[in-house]
Design a protein around this ligand. Structure first.
Ligand SMILES: [Zn+2]
Length: 303
């Protein structure tokens, strides 16, 4: 839920009193001056039930008609959502705190156990845009040491994926499945079916067909983590039934996920390479063109 017109921007590195800070841009009961809803009360403020209630116009993340986002010289944020950044962290990595928190939350959703993780024996990441690349780096930092396969479309993505910790890169999910020893069968009605595959699959492409590829790439009894927004309305859920797959949806992060992310930033070396383009605010048409035409990985404004 959103309301417009609004100044956009929810991935924010800012300066407050001479200190670099990152902003957790969630808008929940806290910002709206409301008593905690059940989700906020249990620490899941990213699932707040009051995103269209209280003193602010509707908005879930970063901005709404009454509260501008980060594409500006100044912005307003609640003090509890402002986190100082360790001075060892370069700007280009710090500005990625928000999407890194998205990935950390997802990994906790699918494979978190208590304070740690219980990792699958073999993982596939579909998509090597910013979210896929962040996932590869974060998995390694959090201690996943097993085979980590990635599907990348462009040579630059493939090269970065490898540098950030992927063991092998493939041009399609099917190629990765075959390399993992999965077997392909032709169904009676013409549909393709697979047996075997990866214990864990992360859909990070947000592309049409990405979720469907993940549904077949995952081994029987495995788990699919949905980080990319599903790009198609129709989806065949039968693999989830007859192969007993678990599907984990993941949206943004809790307050705690964001706080943990800020602590992890000094260890996440290499991610600064994801920032490929910088623009002053006045050059917003060029910045938007660059982002929309996918010429870069991360495009940032430097007001
Ligand atoms: Zn709430």
């Amino acid at each position: 839920m959103f309301s417009f017109p609004a100044v956009l921007g929810h991935e924010v590195l800012a300066e407050l009193g001479g200190v670099r800070v990152v902003v957790n841009p969630l808008l929940s009961c806290l910002e709206r001056g409301l008593p905690d809803c059940p989700a906020c009360a249990r620490g899941d403020d990213h699932l707040c039930e009051n995103v269209a209630e209280g003193s602010l116009a509707p908005g879930m993340l970063g901005f709404c008609r009454d509260l501008g986002g980060g594409w500006a010289e100044r912005m307003v944020a609640h003090r509890e959502r402002i986190f100082p950044v360790d001075e060892r962290v370069p700007d280009e990595r710090a500005v990625l705190a928000e999407p890194i928190a998205v990935v950390l939350h997802g990994l906790r959703q699918a494979w978190g156990r208590g304070d740690g993780f219980e990792w699958p024996s073999r993982l596939l990441v579909i998509g090597a845009g910013s979210i896929g690349l962040l996932a590869i780096r974060l998995l390694r930092t959090l201690g996943y040491a097993g085979p980590l396969y990635a599907v990348a479309r462009h040579p630059r993505q493939a090269e970065l994926a490898q540098r950030l910790g992927a063991s092998q890169i493939f041009s399609s999910a099917q190629a990765a499945q075959q390399a993992a020893g999965a077997r392909r069968y032709q169904g009676i009605l013409g549909a393709t079916s697979w047996r075997g595959g990866f214990e864990g699959v992360i859909e990070a492409s947000g592309s049409p067909g990405g979720l469907q590829q993940a549904s077949w790439a995952v081994r029987e009894g495995g788990r699919v983590l949905l980080l990319g927004a599903p790009a198609t309305a129709f989806h065949d859920f039968s693999p989830y039934w007859f192969r007993e797959i678990g599907l984990f949806g993941s949206y943004t992060y809790s307050w705690d996920d964001f706080a943990q992310t800020v602590k992890l930033l000094p260890e996440l070396e290499g991610l600064e390479a994801l920032v490929t383009h910088r623009f002053p605010l006045e050059a917003w048409p060029d910045a938007l063109q660059t982002a929309v035409r996918r010429r870069g990985i991360k495009v940032v404004f430097k007001p």
